[in-house]
Design a protein around this ligand. Structure first.
Ligand SMILES: Cc1cc2nc3c(=O)[nH]c(=O)nc-3n(C[C@H](O)[C@H](O)[C@H](O)COP(=O)(O)OP(=O)(O)OC[C@H]3O[C@@H](n4cnc5c(N)ncnc54)[C@H](O)[C@@H]3O)c2cc1C
Length: 423
């Protein structure tokens, strides 16, 4: 007997849990399959000390608070995982853990929906929601060969400083992962080099409000498309109570800043001459948030405290005014590299014609080109917030409503009255 269900959700991270909540609210029978445990990536794919980037009042679903944390606390990753587990229990989400989906294809001609081949046998579903995460496959640029005698790991495999060999570490990538890992290594007394690419670095707090609040009231979480410029990462940190990322201040504490890592030859790394430009653009982004916040305060007559110190940007350190463009790894004592260079998605198990030439899903707000198929949790799926905790909940609602609408069309049985003859 083939198991049958109206909607099959694949993955029980935050996206799968949110989807289950909205499908239940809409009365749609469904099943969530998770190959490991609920919120597995928060449990086992992140470093030991990671805390949420946003405070507890913000980085959560509307239906439940973090009970044992103050609203302004940055919740440790294990507690984030526990939160989603408790949430799933609260909404009675029909999640089956330890069940992997190995392939999804269209049902045979003449039968609606899809067939999912799973570790527990085939399942037929009219609707399939792919909620397998945006940060699936670590990407390491093909620059330094494994034979170079250097320990190389991706940020996904980084756990703590003790895992690295003695000696200096090069961290490549200036997004939240790269900068937080570099700072942790610096605190642990390590010699650290940080390769800084284009980035945004919003203020952690400004005039008494966290940046998540500013991005909210300024409608920036709801921005519908990424800036048309080159890809920029966002450098924020909730570690140690949260603070604004300022690369120059890290340099004051002993870290050496480098431009974008470009090449490796004979033990020598080459960096682009773009460090100063990357920092200047990061400052521009930072100051633009302050300006917009000031304008918002003035326009709305808010009584929020002044914060003139926020506009003080330290002078460029030596490593910025005289950037290192070539670095002999042995001379610099570098024994490890951490690549905080992002992730790619792998949808090769979806045997459906719904991808463009680069392998990205063709969709509109998560509604795939293939009728009946949905994606959830993609970066910029409908807006900037889509791949974040609070944003995915709203996208899940949109998808559940879309499925309800589609079921409404299919429920239409036609008029019982014969249509009058027009002639
Ligand atoms: C280092 C890091 C820190 C982050 N910090 C924050 C933060 O502080 N705040 C925030 O809002 N966002 C944060 N994010 C972004 C985002 O919230 C997380 O990546 C989150 O885990 C995404 O949730 P998801 O449910 O979309 O995907 P995932 O958490 O990746 O969940 C997907 C699930 O699908 C399962 N799965 C995959 N394939 C299959 C299959 N074939 N069959 C069955 N199950 C399958 C996986 O086991 C997994 O449990 C962070 C991301 C990273 C990488």
């Amino acid at each position: 007997m083939v198991e049958k269900i109206a909607a099959l959700v694949i993955g029980a991270g935050q996206a799968g849990v949110a989807m289950s909540e909205h499908l239940s609210k809409n009365g749609i029978p469904h099943l969530v399959l998770e190959r490991n445990r609920i919120a597995e990536r928060w449990r086992t794919s992140r470093w030991d000390s990671l805390v949420a980037n946003g405070p507890a009042w913000h980085d959560r679903f509307p239906g439940m608070e973090f009970f044992s944390f103050s609203p302004d606390a940055f919740v440790p990753k294990d507690n984030v995982a526990e939160y989603f587990e408790a949430y799933a229990k609260m909404i009675h989400a029909p999640i089956r853990c330890g069940a992997e989906v190995k392939e999804v294809r269209r049902n045979i001609a003449g039968r609606p929906g899809f067939v999912a081949e799973t570790s527990e046998g085939p399942i037929e579903a009219e609707y399939v929601v792919v909620a397998t995460g945006a940060f699936q496959c670590p990407v390491i640029p093909n620059l330094v060969p494994q034979t170079a005698g250097i320990t190389q790991i991706h940020s996904e495999s980084y756990r703590n400083p003790g895992q690295l060999p003695e000696g200096a570490t090069l961290v490549v990538g200036s997004g939240s992962s790269g900068v937080q890992i570099a700072e942790e290594l610096l605190r642990a007394g390590r010699r650290v080099y940080l390769s800084v690419g284009p980035h945004d670095r919003p203020p952690r707090r400004y005039r008494g409000r966290d940046f998540v609040w500013w991005l909210g009231v300024l409608n920036k979480w709801d921005a519908e498309a990424p800036p048309a410029t080159e890809h920029v990462t966002i450098a924020v940190s909730g570690a140690h109570g949260g603070h604004t990322i300022d690369f120059r201040r890290l340099s004051e504490r002993g870290l050496t800043l480098l431009g974008r890592t470009e090449a490796f030859n004979d033990g020598v790394l080459t960096f682009a001459p773009d460090l100063s430009k990357n920092l200047a653009n990061g400052d521009k982004n930072y100051l633009s948030v302050l300006d917009e916040a000031d304008a918002y305060i003035a326009r709305n007559g808010l009584h929020l405290p002044e914060d003139s110190e926020a506009r003080e940007i330290p002078a460029d350190p030596e490593c910025v005014t005289h950037p290192i463009l070539h670095l002999n790894m042995r001379d610099a004592g570098i024994t490890s590299i951490i690549w905080a260079t992002g992730f790619a998605a792998d949808f090769s198990w979806l045997k459906l014609a719904t991808f463009n030439e680069t392998g990205a899903p063709k969709h509109q707000r998560g509604v795939a080109a293939e009728p009946g198929l949905y994606f959830l949790g993609l970066p910029w799926q409908s807006r900037r917030g889509s791949s974040f905790i609070w944003g995915v909940w709203h996208d899940a609602k949109f998808l559940a409503d879309h499925i309800t609408k589609q079921r409404g069309y299919l429920a239409y049985a036609g008029s019982a009255q014969p249509t009058p003859d027009a002639t």
